[in-house]
Design a protein around this ligand. Structure first.
Ligand code: ADP
Length: 452
């Protein structure tokens, strides 16, 4: 394996894909792993993004998982480490951004790093240390009501200082606009003043591109996905189509949607308006013990040969609240996630080799059920969402589905034959994992058109 320039640790799954997407667009060949791999990567890439699910777990667990990811990345020879968190700086009063940053700094024996969630392409900007979402401050953006990580203060210097023992300072916009040399000088000054973590202002991609060269050689960078656009050039890498090249796509096409965000609701409507087959699943029927997975697969089977199908639990907030009222918030979520993951596995057994999954948690559940451990990152469909490609084993949960009395009446041989007849030589799976509010209204159809 050649040089691994960047080793990245992401605190959630679709956030990892978002970071990988920005690196690929800047010319890096990138693989995303699901959790910390057991052995060497075995692929020639410029960057690896290890996707953890550490955003809201207890902070000692987040630290332990992040250090395990760091240790693995170091064995792969990573030259620079990038800790990636959400562009809305999602964290509780105790962490986990602060504790993980501190632990990575200790492990890397470095006394200084930056922190900035700025991602101007998605309207996240930082000015004077305050995080804006679109035109409003973070704590007025709706994030103040987040069920797990309510963000009540937009001042990131204060937010970060509450989470770390290291001194937090500000590298403000007037310095960033003066370019990399001024940024380097200010960083040295901050460090001399005892600052360990500098929140960095950035309101445009130009700011991030000016910041990039100043981060050359910094052992640890912590940021949202935005800062990634300015780093590949430090390793002599320039944007190229080669970086996003995936194996040729084939096989059948399907969308599985468990996201109830506004954008996904629009995307589901748009897909149906175009006359594509779609089937809603009802969480209350699942809870009543109906074999919904088998019913869905029996419905999909004759339709798949004609074009993409959609299976969705997507609903508006009123319907979701009603279901949550009956089943409980967590139970409803887990039930739907398990069902959609089994549906995704069953669809792959039926020969689906181009799969769009909508929803962050839903994506995590589907990828796990499919036994996927790593994905190669391909071309961007919409900001933050690339096509990916993964090798697949016969998914175990689907085998259980197929063994059920009213099962999907497919077998692995049929899936392989189907895959072969529709031209997916390597039998791998093309996957697009779309988090909640990402993507244009025609995202589902656009995604397949793009692969074709
Ligand atoms: P997003 O990226 O939009 O937040 P997620 O998949 O992360 O989407 O989260 C959506 C959550 O809502 C999941 O836990 C999912 O199982 C749950 N869910 C999906 N559909 C319904 C529904 N109709 N009723 C209740 N919960 C649902």
């Amino acid at each position: 394996m050649g040089a691994l320039f960047l080793g990245c640790i992401a605190d959630d799954f679709t956030g990892a894909t978002d970071l990988a997407n920005n690196l690929v667009r800047a010319g890096m060949r990138v693989v995303q792993t699901i959790g910390v791999p057991n052995g060497p990567l075995g692929a020639e890439v410029d960057a690896v993004v290890v996707a953890l699910k550490s955003r809201t777990v207890p902070h000692d667990q987040a630290v332990a998982e992040s250090l395990a990811a760091l240790a693995w990345l170091q064995t792969q020879g990573a030259q620079q480490i990038y800790f990636k968190y959400c562009s809305t700086f999602d964290s509780t009063a105790q962490g986990n951004i602060g504790p993980v940053t501190e632990a990575l700094m200790d492990a890397l024996q470095t006394g200084f790093t930056i922190a900035t969630p700025a991602f101007p392409d998605n309207k996240r900007t930082v000015f004077k240390g305050y995080l804006f979402v679109g035109d409003v401050l973070l704590n007025e953006s709706g994030m103040q009501n987040h069920p797990l990580t309510p963000m009540l203060d937009a001042n990131l210097v204060r937010v970060m200082q509450a989470q770390t023992k290291r001194r937090v300072g500000l590298l403000d916009h007037s310095v960033v606009t003066r370019g990399a040399a001024a940024v380097r000088e200010r960083m040295a000054q901050l460090q001399a003043d005892g600052v360990g973590v500098a929140i960095v202002d950035a309101v445009s991609n130009d700011d991030l591109l000016r910041l990039g060269p100043a981060l050359q050689g910094m052992p640890l960078v912590t940021a949202g996905s935005g800062v990634a656009i300015g780093l590949p050039a430090n390793f002599g890498i320039t944007p190229s189509d080669q970086a996003s090249r995936l194996p040729a796509a084939g096989g059948l096409q399907a969308v599985v949607s468990g996201s109830c965000s506004l954008a996904t609701n629009r995307q589901v409507q748009d897909f149906m308006k175009r006359g594509n087959p779609a089937l809603a699943i009802d969480p209350l029927r699942i809870a009543s013990g109906a074999d919904v997975v088998a019913e869905v697969l029996a419905w999909a089977r004759p339709l798949l040969a004609r074009g993409p199908v959609l299976v969705y639990s997507t609903a508006d907030s009123g319907d979701v609240k009603a279901v949550q009222g009956r089943l409980g918030v967590e139970e409803a979520g887990a039930l739907v996630e398990r069902t959609l993951a089994a549906v995704a596995s069953g669809l792959v057994q039926l020969g689906v080799r181009q799969l769009v999954v909508a929803g962050g948690e839903t994506s995590g559940a589907c990828v796990q059920a499919l036994g996927i451990t790593q994905m190669q990152i391909g071309p961007q469909i919409d900001p933050g969402v690339p096509w990916c490609h993964a090798a697949i084993e016969p998914p175990r949960s689907a085998l259980r589905v197929l063994a059920a009395p009213q099962g999907g009446v497919a077998d692995l041989g049929a899936a392989r034959r189907s895959s072969a007849t529709t031209g997916d030589g390597d039998g791998g799976l093309h996957l697009a994992l779309k988090s909640g509010n990402f993507g244009s209204d025609d995202f589902f159809t656009k995604a397949f058109t793009m692969l074709a």
